[in-house]
Design a protein around this ligand. Structure first.
Ligand code: TNX
Length: 647
């Protein structure tokens, strides 16, 4: 900053418009003299501006990080009784939400009609300059103004404003710093998927989930409604889907991948549940009110054993089927007969009426072709339709479904397996088996949502030790917060032109091993906040240290929402951060959890509330194989898993 001011002083005549105010263009043409010096100065100036931007965002604790933040000095006092001004329908709608948000943190607000209020909401789309989802937030002596390019933009401005206020309000007025923020999302598809098929999650939890993802400016909720282990949406024409397919007789105990099938044990407890169409409508409306589009997923032709349990006539092999009680991939997929098309088309006809969004997800993943290969019907079909391979039969199947959806005004999305059978350019691919599928699809000109398992599968574990006794059971793998954060949805393999096909990015929560809302929250948070920044903030502006600082400001907000996030373990114990000094290892620990304490042991026991309090770097003698273990203890008493290292 100082450096920049110095430069500005020296080059006043050329550079005085080079301010950090958001109102002016970043750099007027006069900055662009054709000499190298002004260019260098320009770069320094830009760098300094970016830095001050980051510092302001960090200090304010805003997450995801806005594009431009300019703190101007001074504060506005929000009175105990707030007036929100908003004139149009959309403004009034967002004002109503803001009123509720404020009430939730203890502030009374009234929505007024006129232009005057402590908080003014203004729709500023079209010619007045802001694109959809963009917003501007200014706080000055006159109060707070949020301008949004559309309702969503206004809503995001309001969400940012809420992050400027204390998570839980005390008595009296709140000081809001004078500032101006200009902000817009990096991606249009900012998604989060919830699998309600493996385990069912009640409407109240789904709404809570929607509230939280909306608070972090995600805009797409992918609702995985059907799978082998359960069908969760009422379909009027097929009552057995909710009488039979929505239930399984029991569930496997423990991690399937570490057991032999002969050793499988089951809980002998019937399990099930589904949403009525009224409940679906209620959730859709709830999401729409918060600018979230729901993408329903109806799996076909694989992951459909629950369907076969109710309607075995849709299988290639006659027989009896049971809603699955174990996980993984089943060979029993739906047969591509006319009867099956009729079934899926009837189902989709009801689905498209319930969900106003333009996308319908048809799954398409993990559909082994064994039963199709063995089926006389499929052989005949291939001859008749001149389909040369059984894989391509799925492509043919998908294309028919795609046409059906298109006639209803909907676009098809499928997992990246839909590439294998041959897809039309109009289908959207969700890349989950790494980025390969997404890259290939973008090269073909298909739209893509990036959701690679290695970065964005939030059912993966959060502790480096596999099957750590301090973590709940997970399906597999280690996916730390930092790795989620590091993801770049725009693969280097693609050209900028091809990047246009990347609609955005999505995290997925599969729930084979997640049977309660609390555990879902433990797996989702804080990693979903890292995803929120991946989706909103351009890759080049991201910075993990800055993210952690801002995350600290968000944890009390998650507490206020009663979200059971995972308390992050102390940082600094990984070998890269341990410094050697003679025969000592110097361990510097830190936590970004506000008000938390770090406690540690050097004797191999688990630290608890009575263990030594960390106050300064530890000098640990080396050569004696001392195991350092440290935990974060949050102010509310919740404790992290241990960070540990043998020195
Ligand atoms: C793969 S991702 C699946 C899901 C599992 C998940 C577990 C995808 C399209 N299929 O059916 O639940 O892995 O991580």
């Amino acid at each position: 900053m100082e450096l920049m001011l110095l430069i500005l002083a020296h080059h006043k005549h050329q550079f005085h418009p080079c301010t950090i105010s958001h109102h002016s263009q970043p750099f007027p043409k006069s900055c662009m003299k054709k000499t190298i010096l002004p260019l260098i100065l320009l770069l320094i100036c830009l760098h300094a501006r970016a830095q001050s931007n980051d510092m302001a965002a960090d200090r304010l604790g805003l997450l995801p990080k806005p594009v431009q933040v300019n703190v101007t000095g001074g504060t506005y006092t929000l009175p105990a009784q707030v007036t929100i001004a908003g004139s149009g329908k959309e403004e009034k709608h967002v004002a109503g939400l803001l009123k509720d948000f404020l009430a939730g943190s203890g502030t009374n607000a009234a929505v007024g009609d006129g232009q005057n209020g402590n908080i003014r909401l203004v729709l500023a789309g079209g010619n007045s300059g802001l694109a959809p989802e963009n917003y501007e937030l200014t706080v000055d002596a006159g109060g707070i103004t949020v301008r949004g390019g559309d309702g969503a933009g206004l809503f995001y401005g309001v969400q940012t404003l809420m992050q400027l206020l204390p998570a839980q309000r005390a008595e009296g007025g709140v000081q809001v710093p004078f500032l101006s923020i200009r902000d817009k999302p990096a991606f249009g598809w900012r998604g989060s998927m919830l699998d309600v098929a493996r385990h069912f999650f009640p409407v109240d939890f789904v709404k809570k989930y929607i509230d939280v993802i909306a608070a972090y400016k995600l805009n797409t909720f992918h609702w995985h409604l059907t799978d082998d282990q359960g069908w969760r949406i009422e379909i009027k024409q097929y009552p057995k889907l909710t009488q039979v397919s929505a239930f399984r007789k029991e569930t496997l105990i423990g991690a399937q991948q570490t057991q032999k099938e002969a050793d499988f044990r089951f809980d002998q407890t019937p399990y099930g549940g589904f949403y009525t169409q009224d409940q679906i409508r209620e959730v859709v409306q709830y999401a729409q009110d918060r600018y979230i589009t729901i993408v329903p997923e109806i799996e076909m032709p694989g992951h459909s054993v629950a369907v076969l349990a109710a309607y075995p006539e849709l299988a290639c092999k006659p027989g009896t089927y049971e809603t699955r009680t174990i996980w993984g991939v089943s060979d029993d997929i739906v047969c591509p007969t006319e009867q099956s098309f009729k079934f899926f088309e009837n189902v989709l006809s009801e689905v498209v009426q319930l969900f106003p969004g333009k996308y319908v997800h048809i799954g398409g993943d993990e559909a082994p072709k064994k039963v199709w290969e063995e089926s006389d019907f499929v052989k005949k079909l291939m001859k008749k339709e001149k389909i040369e391979s059984v894989e391509k039969v799925q492509g043919w199947f998908n294309q028919r479904i795609e046409k059906f959806l298109a006639a209803k005004g909907k676009k098809l999305v499928g997992w990246d397996e839909i590439l294998e059978g041959g897809i039309t350019p109009s289908a959207t691919v969700m890349s989950w088996r790494g980025e390969k599928g997404g890259i290939e699809a973008a090269r073909h000109g298909n739209s893509v949502v990036m959701s690679p398992a290695g970065y964005l599968y939030l059912d993966h574990g959060q502790h480096p030790t596999p099957h750590s006794p301090y973590e709940p059971l997970t399906i597999c793998c280690y996916l730390p917060l930092e790795k989620v954060y590091s993801y770049n949805p725009l693969p280097k393999e693609l050209t900028p032109d091809q990047h246009r096909y990347i609609l955005g990015v999505q995290a997925n929560l599969w729930t084979e091993y997640i049977s309660t809302p609390e555990k879902a929250e433990y797996m989702l948070f804080p990693r979903l906040l890292a995803l929120a920044e991946v989706a909103w903030t351009p890759y080049a502006s991201k910075n993990y240290e800055s993210f952690l600082r801002r995350l600290g400001n968000q944890l009390p907000r998650l507490d206020a929402r009663k979200v059971m996030y995972r308390v992050p373990e102390p940082m600094g114990l990984d070998s890269a951060n341990v410094r050697r000094e003679g025969d000592k290892a110097i361990v510097t620990l830190s936590t970004f959890v506000p008000g938390a304490k770090i406690r540690y042991t050097l004797d191999g026991t688990m630290p608890d509330e009575t263990a030594d309090l960390y106050t300064k770097p530890l000098a640990v003698p080396t050569g004696r194989k001392i195991r350092v273990r440290a935990v974060t203890i949050a102010p509310n008493g919740r404790k992290s898993a241990p960070a540990e290292q043998e020195l």
